[in-house]
Write a protein that binds this ligand. Structure first.
Ligand SMILES: *Cc1c(COP(=O)(O)O)cnc(C)c1O
Length: 339
């Protein structure tokens, strides 16, 4: 398959803004220039990084004649919420199979999933649930597109291969010369796509990844990027030396204790971005990357101008677990006066 021939559906607004963060840079000693690539502004339904992937995924689903779009995630999946909006846009039935028990109260992304009329299924046995759900809709005459968690398929990752070109064009137009692009590492579609894009388009910056959960991500990333190169015939092969994932200090890794586990160090970074630049990040993904970014700047590990990729996710701020955990920090961070 040729990358340039791949079809896509327009779902988001591109190019997303590339903005400077002068106040945050000043707070960290003006050692480097900081930019933020606002992939949190794409839409639809508040968008985020999944939109770039879904533009290609939905075109594939339309090509295959699908009438229903099924995907997976945790109860608060941003990917799920964005996929629902994309499916609606393309006239397909949105279906989510989510982990765990059915909720009694809907908050965060689930509020929006419900508002968009999604068919929601909860199960702790994803594969079994998927089989049942697909069989149910097919019996009704639907053709179901089965999209893996995070939309990180070869087709979905094309979104972030092409994002590298968009960033290179913006840098040229703005006459800026970043040394690094820092991004969150989750299901690898974003980080893998970016790494493939940097090799394919010979970008002048290096990608640094920060993981959202503990554990080695390098081997998986190498495999994913090489698979992308084979799939699109991009003509390169990378090794572990070409992948940079920064895990942070052993006693306080950037990923925190676990995926989606509320973490005060992550929130401190989120609060800082909000106070300095008026930009909202999230406790599960971008906040962890942001904490890693600022820590690496302070320690001189990042020694050149950097673009921080904001992949969205702010909906998580309004989930009960995260709100409960940060109440005191919120009160401490502002002043509230009754007059
Ligand atoms: C899904 C997600 C990521 C991770 O992207 P992957 O392509 O799965 O690695 C990062 N940030 C946010 C806000 C997300 O929703």
């Amino acid at each position: 398959m040729k990358l340039e021939e791949l079809k896509k559906v327009k779902l988001g607004e591109y190019p997303t803004p590339l903005q400077e963060m002068p106040h945050l840079a000043a707070k960290h000693g003006n050692k480097i220039k900081m930019w933020i690539k606002r992939d949190d502004t794409t839409g639809p339904a508040f968008g985020g990084n999944k939109t770039r992937k879904l533009e290609y995924v939905m075109a594939d689903a339309i090509d295959k004649g699908c009438t229903a779009m099924l995907t997976y995630g945790g109860p608060q999946t941003n990917h799920g919420r964005t996929t629902v909006a994309a499916a609606i846009h393309c006239g397909m039935k949105p279906i989510l199979v989510l982990g765990g028990e059915a909720p009694k109260y809907l908050s965060g992304n689930l509020t929006l999933d419900a508002m968009m009329g999604t068919d929601l299924y909860f199960s702790s046995d994803r594969d079994k649930a998927a089989k049942e759900v697909i069989a149910k809709y097919e019996a009704q005459g639907d053709k179901v597109y089965d999209l893996p968690t995070g939309g990180s398929t070869m087709i979905g990752a094309a979104g972030y291969i092409m994002a590298v070109k968009e960033i290179m064009d913006q840098c040229e137009a703005m006459d800026i010369h970043p040394k690094y692009l820092i991004a969150t590492v989750g299901s690898l579609g974003t980080f893998g796509g970016l790494n493939a894009g940097v090799h394919y388009f010979k970008a002048p910056f290096k990608v640094i990844g920060v993981p959202v959960s503990p554990g080695d991500k390098v081997a998986g990333a190498v495999e994913f990027v090489n698979k992308l190169s084979d799939f699109y015939d991009l003509g390169f092969k990378i090794t572990a030396d070409d992948i940079c994932v920064m895990e942070g200090p052993e006693d306080a890794p950037y990923a925190g204790e676990a995926y989606n586990k509320p973490d005060p160090l992550t929130r401190a970074a989120m609060f800082e971005l909000a106070r300095e630049e008026g930009i909202i990040s999230d406790p599960t993904y971008t906040g962890k990357t942001l904490r890693g970014f600022l820590d690496m700047v302070d320690k001189g590990i990042i020694d050149g101008d950097t673009i921080f990729l904001h992949t969205g996710g702010a909906m998580a701020v309004w989930t009960k677990e995260h709100l409960d955990d940060m109440q005191q920090e919120l009160f401490d961070n502002c002043s509230i006066t009754e007059i």
